[in-house]
Design a protein around this ligand. Structure first.
Ligand SMILES: Cc1cc2nc3c(=O)[nH]c(=O)nc-3n(C[C@H](O)[C@H](O)[C@H](O)COP(=O)(O)O)c2cc1C
Length: 180
């Protein structure tokens, strides 16, 4: 049987993003898979744009990636107590596509932020934002990486055994969810 397809979505666009690093660690711990990172560098949602030109190609690519994935893992920073605008914009755009790409999709969410709560609030809000899409959203264990810029070694691996063990549990549950 082919390896499952795992799609990672990072709520931060910057090159050195710790949320993107956390996604790559998630993919490593998930085990054998075909891992791809979605590109959230999309136009800002504008209903006039949609009406004039339809769904932008970059949005459709993302929606198709979500639909084709066996599981999706999302990591968001906390920007002023909420998920990043980049991530919310992507969710809004994908919600305008046809075919309900999130429906019944196994999804794990996590967060990496500088504050002590590790983006716990942004993650909670992200969960709320996704309710309407009806994915199979794992309830935990929760991974919220605090002091995120100091959590990775030079090879990009998590330094904390506790974070790694929690992320391993989450990825084991996500993998198991695919077969259910
Ligand atoms: C506009 C902005 C708002 C932020 N607000 C918060 C916040 O409310 N709580 C927090 O813990 N960190 C906050 N931060 C810090 C981010 O958590 C930190 O920049 C984090 O590294 C972003 O994720 P990244 O490494 O994937 O880019 C904020 C950063 C920015 C740029």
């Amino acid at each position: 049987m082919a390896d499952p397809v795992l799609l990672g979505l990072s709520g931060a666009l910057r090159r050195g993003s710790t949320n993107s690093m956390l996604l790559r660690e998630a993919a490593r711990l998930f085990g054998p898979c075909s891992f791809a990172e979605g590109d959230l560098r999309l136009p800002l949602f504008d209903a006039d744009l949609q009406e004039a030109e339809g769904i932008p190609a970059s949005v459709q690519v993302l929606a198709d990636q979500i639909a084709a994935a066996d599981a999706v893992v999302i990591s968001t920073p906390e920007y002023n107590k909420a998920p990043s605008g980049v991530l919310k914009n992507a969710l809004d755009w994908v919600s305008r596509t046809s075919g309900k790409p999130w429906a019944n999709k196994p999804v794990a969410v996590m967060s990496a932020s500088s504050g002590r709560a590790g983006g716990e609030r942004s993650q909670a809000i992200l969960r709320l934002c996704m309710v309407a899409f009806q994915p199979r959203l794992l309830q935990g264990p929760e991974v919220h990486l605090a002091d995120c810029t100091n959590q990775f070694d030079d090879a990009g691996q998590l330094k904390s055994e506790l974070y790694e063990a929690t992320l391993q549990q989450l990825m084991d549950k996500l993998r198991a969810e695919i077969g259910r």
